[in-house]
Write a protein that binds this ligand. Structure first.
Ligand code: ADP
Ligand code: MG
Length: 461
């Protein structure tokens, strides 16, 4: 009987959520109890439990009612399948391969809290409030990383330490690991959470070396509860930095402090990463984030449009999701382009407008070469080509240079090393930093926004 009821509910769930969500969150559930209106649903692990509790109780209650049961209470219980006796189990598949936590106390000098110094940090250093779990769309490619991050945010430092997530550009790594930090800060305000990109980490370390403040630097980072290092690949090849990070890692790990790391590739593929760090990174859990599938991309577009108070028709959503298939940042870019275009003209978006405006995203760049971008940018700012390509660090040269890099990325989709090369730079991290900076500035600074727009327009005439 119970089986029939639950099968009926699942059948309708399948019709109301995406296929990916159904497979991930519902397929392995079962009805354990239905007595006096109290419903207990068995689920295979804690992640699914949390997701159902947070997002789907409304839907499940509604469907139970539709099938003749008015739930007085709806509960989810972790249940081991294949056993006749329901038992509470841990989520085995997510358990770290080896645990190395030790109860040895840390040496006293590593546990002092941060002194006030130029390096002392806010308790929520580096976090951007806009990245939350609530506005992260879960689907194929990211559900495992999402589940692990949710679990960490509830009980930082106890499981999956370190958590190492890797994947290509623009697929949501930063969003997700920032969401962990934001959620911890919100629910446990006494925790000291630090988010830092490994490039910034290196920069701070270099300046600490220069000003002989390495002790403060070390103490600071060793006193955090949650350390989130983004794009860790950039510390590869930097020996002193790796050594420092190794000690920070050990100190935090021993004290059961949470470490979260992201990278564009798995530890084994990061060249010139010291072996001892490589093996540390593999201590906890390593998760591969993959490009979201078509359905998930559609859901992301809908959610981003919804945040802006706009409902898009399915044909537009599907067009965008097909147009940009790998990089969610680019996907957001074309969506914003479309919305801005329509807003300025006070029209509502439709498929024709989208196609006319955006189809060029695939074809236009072919006619333009990188040299033209650099050239037009220099001309726009009335600076000499030798200057934009040269070593000068004056502000009125650095900014145009960064803009040129940004346009090379956003219009021609060049790789960072290639972008650096086009501007006569050896180090591609400069290109990453510049593109990032202009991306941020465009939202804040009208002058930069206009400059980028004008240069782009001139490229296509
Ligand atoms: P990465 O760090 O992997 O390069 P980001 O985290 O910066 O990627 O993501 C790029 C953009 O795409 C961000 O604006 C982020 O909010 C958005 N994004 C990526 N994945 C998702 C998702 N699953 N749901 C909502 N937004 C997403
Ligand atoms: Mg990132």
């Amino acid at each position: 009987m119970q089986d029939n009821l639950w099968q009926a509910v699942l059948g309708e769930v399948e019709l109301s959520v995406s296929h990916a969500s159904y497979l991930t969150w519902f397929k392995q559930t079962t009805l354990l109890k239905n007595k006096g209106g109290v419903i207990v649903v068995g689920v295979p692990n804690v992640f699914i439990k949390q997701q159902l509790e947070n997002k789907y109780t409304g839907l499940i209650s509604e469907l139970l009612q539709k099938n003749g049961v008015k739930p007085e209470g709806l509960h989810f219980k972790i249940h081991s399948f294949g056993s006749n006796h329901p038992v509470e189990v841990e989520a085995k598949q997510f358990e770290p391969k080896t645990t190395t936590s030790s109860d040895d106390p840390l040496p006293a000098h590593l546990t002092v809290s941060a002194p006030s110094s130029p390096y002392s940090h806010d308790y929520r250093q580096g976090l951007n409030e806009k990245y939350t779990f609530e506005n992260f769309v879960v689907g194929s490619g990211n559900e495992l990383a999402y589940a692990a991050c949710m679990s960490i945010s509830n009980i930082p430092g106890t499981k999956y330490n370190p958590l190492f997530v890797y994947g290509g550009v623009g697929i949501g790594k930063t969003h997700l690991i920032q969401a962990v930090g934001n959620s911890i800060v919100k629910n446990q305000p006494d925790k000291k959470v630090v988010y830092i990109s490994s490039e910034q980490f290196v920069q701070e370390f270099v300046s600490a070396l220069r000003y002989k403040k390495t002790n403060e630097f070390a103490q600071n980072y060793r006193s955090v509860d949650v350390l989130i290092i983004d794009d860790v690949q950039f510390i590869a090849g930097k020996e002193k930095m790796q050594e420092e990070f190794f000690h920070t890692f050990n100190a935090l790990h021993q004290a059961n402090k949470q470490i979260i790391i992201s990278s564009d590739k798995p530890p084994r593929d990061i060249p010139t990463l010291e072996e001892r760090l490589r093996s540390r990174f593999a201590w906890g859990m390593t998760i591969d984030m993959q490009t979201p599938d078509f359905e998930t991309r559609c859901a992301i577009i809908q959610s981003k449009a919804h945040d802006k108070g706009i409902v898009l028709t399915n044909d537009i959503v599907e067009y965008l999701a097909k147009l940009i298939q790998t990089n969610i940042r680019e996907l957001e870019g074309v969506l914003n382009q479309l919305l801005a275009f329509c807003e300025m003209r006070e029209i509502s978006p439709n498929l024709d407008i989208a196609m006319n405006l955006l189809s060029s995203n695939q074809t236009r760049p072919k006619h333009i070469n990188p040299r033209q971008v650099v050239d037009k940018t220099a001309k726009h700012f009335r600076i000499a080509l030798e200057d934009i390509m040269g070593p000068k660090r004056d502000k009125d040269i650095v900014m145009p240079r960064q803009i040129a890099m940004y346009i090379l990325r956003s219009e021609l989709h060049l790789s960072f090393p290639k972008i650096a090369h086009e501007l006569g730079r050896k180090d591609h991290t400069t290109a990453i930093h510049s593109v990032d900076k202009i991306e941020r500035e465009i939202g804040l600074n009208g002058q930069i926004r206009t400059a980028v727009k004008e240069i782009k327009e001139r490229l296509y005439v």
